[in-house]
Design a protein around this ligand. Sequence first.
Ligand code: GLY
Length: 347
Amino acid sequence: MKDAYSNKGMSRLTVTGNPAKALREALEREGAGRVAVVTDSNVEEKVMPMFRDVTEECETIVIPAGEEYKTPETLIEVWRRLSGCGMTRSGLVVNIGGGVVTDLGGFAAATFKRGVRCINVATTLLGAVDAAAGGKTAVDLDGLKNEVGVFRQPVEVIISASPFSTLPERELLSGYAEMVKTALLTDEAFFHELLDARSVLGDPARLEGAMERCVRRKMEIVASDPEEKGPRKMLNLGHTAGHAFETLSHEKGRPMTHGAAVAAGLAVALRLSVERCGLDASISRDYEQRLLRPLYGDDWGLGGIVETDADRQRIVELMGHDKKNSRAGEPEFVLLREVGNPTVGGM
Ligand code: GLY
């Protein structure tokens, strides 16, 4: 039996065209006793058939699909099912799904009997390049996102483009924005490669190669600061304005995807980087002209969400209240001096 996992060890990453085979091998490698799968009703219908041979012996816990179910009530239900199936500390939880499943299932595993190992198998692009890796787990509380959770690294993260054939385009684009964010934290060549979004998204092998680069870069950043006390904050590039756009879009009843909001937020961060940190203006221009407008539209995908002075005022207010700010009321932008050279705090 392997030791129950710790925060210090980083996860193994497997990028593969055959995620079911990779999961079988991971279970053998981990020598797990009891195995429980956590998934959601959408994934259960559309993606789980590809894993059936591997998971048929496992307890399968299906939670309802959607962020509105990422709650303590759903978590309690998962704990009950883990208890009911006799999960022990030497067992393993396999989360198969997008960010809601890996956040909630990861939290259930991290807290059940004080910590059971988990493997995350991402079924969305956003999950693959962001939520599944890095060890953030959480549930929402009374509408507050990720209000309760812990940092615990999964023992393994398995990513593949094969489940994406069932994803609507807006979900793919949502994940793509997080990839571009990571490329901006890596190097110019990678950023320029991702500007050709349609070709990357249209070629599974190329997409998997780019996803792998993103997750490896994320893991490198997380390894330097697993609990987000400093350098990990660079992963919030584009998120200060992005979260404000996302929240306002919900307040106005026209919800944007997380990634679409981040895509617009990245444009704000890049313009500010040019003004305040001397970033080469061509980076901001290329981002807007070659990626943001072709993929999300001339209105940056904001679809009339930020129209009036009151809307703009609300955006400023929301940015000041972002829970990731170090000082209440002061937006803490991540900006770039150059691609791959970020600064946290705005200057
Ligand atoms: N989503 C940013 C992080 O994992 O830190």
